[in-house]
Design a protein around this ligand. Structure first.
Ligand code: NAG
Ligand code: NAG
Ligand code: NAG
Length: 933
């Protein structure tokens, strides 16, 4: 049994512990336990210690010492169990385990009912009296005398009981009614569930019955069941530090909510158990800080090694691998005290040009202007670039002056850098400085340079000779007085003699051989010295008077006689082969010798044979030499060679004059009556602009210069009169013409030849020639009458070839014009050809031909016959009955082009009756001439 009780106690303890385990806040639970204990004490007016003692007494009362001892040992076991429990607590409790214990408790309940049975057995021992509830005897089903059981009143404390219902306090512990406790495994007092809830007992665990939230450990009573605490139940439970926040399970609390530690707070800041608004000094990473109180948008930037997200979180502005990096001079960020990215300030290299700076020392150039590093210059007042001193020295700037710093001589104006200070130059510093032309020599300060050393001027050299900037060894052409020269490059033993005005010591120093007052004197022709180019003392040569005879000479000109023979001046002649005396050229010219021929020297015209002395040369005579020579009749004119002379010049004959007129040896002005073709006359005294028109055959240029108005081949023509003889028959006969005629006989029309009918011709017949053709005056043709014009074309007469009768006759006429210069040939004709119904070869015929006898060709042919069918005539003709006739004079016009100018032309006209001789044919001709009829 005590084992059972022990188990029970253990179970209760476990239950309590389990509840406590459910609450992670051990302290709270302890406080809570204390509070419940206090409540219990208040109700039962006992102290905890008394309660404990009472518990022990109860043990003694309800059990034998033995039992107790047993129980005590059991208790020891319990203690062991308890220690196990502690271990268990450390592991943290599990509800499941608790349930296991609970089932053990149930087992206990079974044991307890066995006990009841036993008691009944004991009770059944006394059934002799009618039991009551005041018989002082424990009977019926009383659990103690007159109490307990189903019939009697409940027992007071310390009475025996079997069940809680036996006890007034409704607590039956170890079969003893006890004051109710929160561990009596009975839902009594105002517990809402067994040993929990209500005002006295500990709060109930989850799932236990409850009335209000305060009955529950979770403080959450829903549907009278304690709920497992959540972070949204509106109750501060679990280990929350404020309602639904804080603790190990719930979200962190907002500002002003309660907390125990920073971890309870959203902002991680718990001060005086209140969550605080985040700040940059709360020692917590909150807000958007990237590390404690730094980084993000609000707080200061983080120091090196702190966590960061972006570069702006870091003081160094460098966030790498989410850690603020210590700034470096190569991190690509302007940090530390850099004035620009990775440069400037106290740590990093100086900035290059154009970078930002604060002071000069931030810049490589050491020049910071307008907060920008400036390109270094040699005038920035700063020692930068590779200057050795401010704005001087180094490769870029001018050299430094004395006392300024330097690294090498090249840094110094004077080229002397000693102990890193530019030194004043000296002539012994082994440096080419000052105005030295070579090292330590030349220039204005140092000694002159030796040969081969550099120089700028002769004064730089010992020898005074500077050639191509090199001091030269002295010579006689170095333009310097050196060696034993008495003047520059002359005199003394080595050099040539000096010219006049140069310094000398002795006569031998001078070219002139005259040294007076140490000056070479200009030679004179009276200095008693043979100098200059004198050939003898003070004579000969180019300067001095010529030498008299017997003096030494080189050439004739050295001699007065101009005759130098065997180097001695000789007496002169006009044949000594020397230009001497007053000759203008060798042996000619002048007053003594003959005149000079062309090309020889002369002074005046009389020196020359030609009389022409031009530029001191005798010239061949010309028509422009201003001299009357050759056969000129006057100066440069007349004679056979030169142009004619102008009017009033002297002449011998007409051709000596321009005018062609020489009268009394004087050229006359031209006139139009001087019998000479002059002025612009085109022929003698005619043509041109001044004189009258020219006659036929005279020269002309234009037609207006001719009386005839016709100028052809520069000859005045008279076409209407020349060549043509009686061309219009106005003589009233056939003068100028050749007339012929004869019998046609059986000659076919096509075979009639005019030449056969002229005198001497094959068919010439004089009676026909003289009788058939005739001069005609202006009348009507007796055959055609008014159908044709009058029988003359112009003038009084014309010529009819052949008679008006039939009879088989042929008549001809012709005239040749010779050497014909005119441009035109005209003539006019009328014809009558009677048609006897003959074929062409038998019909009457007419032939007109104009031939160029010179060339031999025919310029014009009119050949018609009166053959039947009108095929033998053209539209010049009309027909009347049997007659073909010309109804008008036919004017023929031939233009004679220049290719035929001057040729001979022959006009021939033939008329023939028909072959059978029964029909007539005749032709009129007129106006043969050079002008239009
Ligand atoms: C039965 O009753 C007697 C007398 O009342 C008591 O002394 C005895 O201990 C009881 N026995 C049990 C077993 O209870
Ligand atoms: C032209 O006629 C003239 C005079 O009859 C003659 O002297 C001359 O030779 C002729 N010329 C030609 C080319 O026939
Ligand atoms: C031409 O005339 C001749 C002589 O008069 C004649 O004999 C001949 O028959 C004529 N021919 C023609 C074709 O008429």
């Amino acid at each position: 049994m005590w084992l059972t009780v022990g188990i029970l106690i253990f179970s209760l303890s476990v239950a309590l512990s389990s509840q406590a385990d459910a609450d992670s806040n051990i302290m709270d639970r302890m406080v809570n336990d204390d509070r419940q204990l206090a409540r219990f004490e208040a109700i039962h007016h006992v102290k905890k210690s008394e309660l404990d003692r009472k518990k022990e007494e109860d043990y003694e009362e309800g059990s034998s010492e033995e039992d107790y001892e047993e129980g005590s040992s059991e208790e020891e076991d319990y203690e062991e169990e308890n220690s196990e429990e502690e271990d268990y607590e450390e592991e943290s409790s599990k509800e499941e385990d608790y349930e296991e214990e609970s089932s053990k408790e149930e087992d206990y309940e079974e044991e307890s009912s066995e006990e009841e049975d036993y008691e009944e057995e004991n009770y059944s021992g006394e059934a002799n009296l009618a039991p009551t509830c005041d018989d002082g005897v424990r009977n019926q089903d009383e659990t103690d005398d007159d109490c307990g059981g189903s019939i009697c009143p409940q027992c007071i404390d310390s009475k025996t009981c079997n069940a809680a219902s036996d006890c007034r306090a409704r607590a039956c512990v170890s079969n003893i009614c006890r004051a109710p406790t929160c561990s009596d495994n009975v839902q009594n007092q105002d517990e809402t569930d067994t040993d929990c809830g209500g005002s006295i007992c500990p709060k109930c665990a989850d799932t236990k019955t409850c009335a209000v939230g305060s009955d529950c450990l979770s403080e959450v009573c829903l549907s009278q069941i304690c709920q497992a605490p959540t972070c949204t139940d509106g109750v501060k439970n679990q280990d929350e530090t404020d309602i639904d926040c804080g603790g190990s399970r719930c979200p962190q609390c907002a500002d002003t909510q309660s907390c125990r530690a920073g971890s309870d707070c959203v902002n991680g800041v718990c001060l005086s158990n209140i969550c605080q608004a985040s700040s940059c000094t709360d020692n917590v990473i909150n807000q958007d800080e990237t590390d404690v109180d730094c980084g993000g948008s609000t707080c200061p930037k983080c120091a090196d090694t702190k966590t960061c997200a972006v570069t702006s979180d870091c003081v160094s502005k460098v966030c790498s691998s989410q850690i603020c990096q210590a700034p470096t001079c190569t991190d690509g960020v302007q940090n530390q005290d850099e004035t620009d990215v990775d440069c400037g300030g106290s740590t990093c290299p100086k900035c290059v040009d154009t970078k930002t700076c604060s002071v000069g020392s931030d810049c490589v150039s050491r020049t910071c202007s307008l907060n920008i590093c400036q390109a270094p210059t040699c005038g920035d007042g700063v020692l930068n670039q590779d200057e050795t001193d401010t704005d001087c020295g180094g490769s870029r700037c001018p050299q430094c002056v004395d006392t300024q710093s330097c690294r090498a001589g090249s840094d110094c104006v004077n080229g002397v850098c000693l102990s890193n200070v530019c030194q004043a130059p000296t002539c012994g510093d082994s440096i080419l400085n000052q105005d030295e032309t070579d090292i330590d020599c030349g220039g204005s300060r140092c000694p002159q340079c030796a040969d081969t050393q550099s120089c700028l001027a002769g004064s730089d050299c010992v020898n005074g000779v500077c050639l191509s900037n090199i001091c030269q060894a002295s010579t006689c052409i170095d333009n310097v007085i050196n060696q034993d020269e008495t003047d520059v490059d002359c005199g003394g033993s080595t050099c040539p003699q000096c010219i006049d005005t140069k310094l000398c010591s002795a006569a031998s120093d001078c070219v002139s051989g005259v040294c007076s007052s140490n000056i070479c004197q200009a030679p004179t022709c009276s200095d008693g010295v043979k100098n200059q180019d004198e050939t003898d003392i003070d004579c000969g040569g180019s300067t001095c008077p010529q030498c008299p005879n017997d003096k030494i000479c080189s050439v004739g000109s050295d001699c007065i006689s101009r005759t130098c023979s065997s180097n001695m001046c000789q007496a002169s002649t006009c044949s000594d082969g020397v230009k001497n005396q007053d000759e203008t050229d060798m042996d000619c010219g002048g007053s003594i010798c003959p005149q000079c021929v062309d090309t020889k020297l002369c002074n005046v015209a009389p020196d020359c044979v030609s009389g022409v002395c031009l530029s001191n040369i005798c010239r061949a005579p010309t028509c422009s030499d201003g001299v009357i020579n050759q056969d000129e009749t006057d100066m440069d004119c007349g004679g056979s060679t030169c142009p004619g002379c102008a009017d009033s010049k002297t002449c011998n004959v007409g051709p000596d004059c321009v005018s062609g007129v020489c009268l009394s040896k004087i050229c006359q002005a031209p006139t139009c009556s001087d019998g000479v073709k002059n002025q612009d006359e085109t022929d003698i005294d005619c043509g041109g602009s001044k004189c009258g028109k020219c006659e036929k055959g005279k020269g002309c240029n234009v037609a207006s210069e001719c009386f005839s108005g016709e100028c052809s081949s520069n000859v005045c023509q008279m076409c209407s009169l020349s060549s043509f003889v009686n061309g219009g028959f106005e003589s009233g006969n056939s003068d100028g013409w050749i007339v012929g005629g004869g019998k046609r006989k059986s000659i076919l029309s096509s075979e009639i030849q005019p030449k056969d009918y002229f005198p001497g011709g094959l068919h010439y017949d004089s009676s026909t020639a003289t009788q058939h053709s005739s001069i005609v005056s202006s009348k009507e043709d007796t055959v055609l009458k008014s159908l044709m014009p009058k029988t003359t074309h112009s003038g009084k007469y014309a010529w009819r070839i052949e008679d008006l009768d039939k009879g088989g006759a042929v008549s001809v006429i012709s005239q040749q014009i010779t050497n014909y210069f005119c441009l035109n040939i005209y003539f006019a004709w009328l014809a009558v050809l009677e048609n006897g119904n003959h074929v062409a070869i038998n019909s009457s015929v007419m032939i007109i031909e104009l031939k160029d006898e010179t060339v031999g060709d025919t310029l014009l042919t009119r050949r018609y016959d009166a053959g039947a069918g009108s095929n033998g005539v053209d539209n010049r003709f009309k027909q009347s009955k049997a007659y073909f006739y010309t109804p008008a004079w036919q004017i023929e016009h031939l233009s004679i082009d220049s290719s035929r100018t001057g040729h001979n032309f022959t006009l021939t006209v033939l008329a023939a009756d028909c072959r059978p001789s029964g029909h007539k044919g005749y032709v009129y001709i007129d106006s043969f001439g050079g002008v239009a009829p």
